[in-house]
Design a protein around this ligand. Structure first.
Ligand code: 5GP
Length: 205
């Protein structure tokens, strides 16, 4: 049976809890890896190069674009973010499940590149007030950056219908379990099988 890798994209407003959910998933799922995006954004306190992101200059980012090394890239909140082709290809060739925390436009491009093996989950808070509170308590954003993030959240919410799943992160423990269930079901999506080959093998001919 073919055991190609698969891609699980998490999108949603900054502050919806995507990164905590991803950390949990990564620690509790076999044969999984996370795609570490490249960004021109300044690192926040506690962020580590090569762990949270690969932090690069605008020139370095431009070089990656010119050399066709990015599967997709976008300008989000005034900074550039991109997904490395090399990372995704190597994870998929090892049959791994790759988690991506990318924005809505990035999701659409990844889905176009890998339609059969990509599942999308949109993560959000129960309402806008809770999102504001979470962003405030995180304490990493300036007043201006908060405004941009809230504005973008409203725009991103409009794209929920493009996703396979909507995860409302009200209770973290419950959200974790839902996410794990989605990751498990992505392993058996019929579309990821080469059906004709599977039938041939199944018949033993
Ligand atoms: P933050 O600055 O809060 O880490 O991320 C801001 C936004 O950029 C989030 O919505 C995140 O999902 C998105 N993002 C992070 N990496 C990528 C990427 O490689 N590609 C795209 N398209 N968006 C990304």
């Amino acid at each position: 049976m073919n055991n190609n890798g698969r891609i699980l994209v998490l999108s949603g407003p900054s502050g919806s809890g995507k990164s905590s959910l991803l950390k949990y998933l990564l620690a509790n799922f076999d044969n999984a890896t996370v795609s570490i995006s490249v960004t021109t954004r300044e690192p926040r306190k506690n962020e580590v190069h090569g762990v949270d992101y690969e932090f690069v200059s605008k020139d370095e980012f431009q070089k990656l674009i010119d050399n066709n090394e990015l599967l997709e890239y976008e300008e989000v909140h005034g900074n550039f973010y991109g997904t490395s082709k090399r990372q995704i290809d190597s994870a998929l060739s090892e049959g791994k499940i790759v988690f991506l925390d990318i924005d809505v436009q990035g999701y659409e491009l990844v889905k176009k590149a890998y339609p059969d093996i990509t599942s999308g989950i949109f993560v959000t808070t129960p309402n806008i007030e809770i999102l504001k509170q979470r962003l405030q308590s995180r304490g990493t954003e300036s007043e201006e950056s908060m405004k941009v993030r809230i504005f973008n959240a409203l725009r991103e919410m409009e794209k929920i219908p493009l996703y396979d799943y909507l995860l409302i992160n009200d209770n973290f423990n419950e959200a974790k379990e839902f996410l794990r269930s989605v990751a498990i079901s992505s392993l058996i999506r019929a579309s990821r099988y080469k059906i004709n080959e599977f039938i041939k093998e199944w018949k033993g001919s």
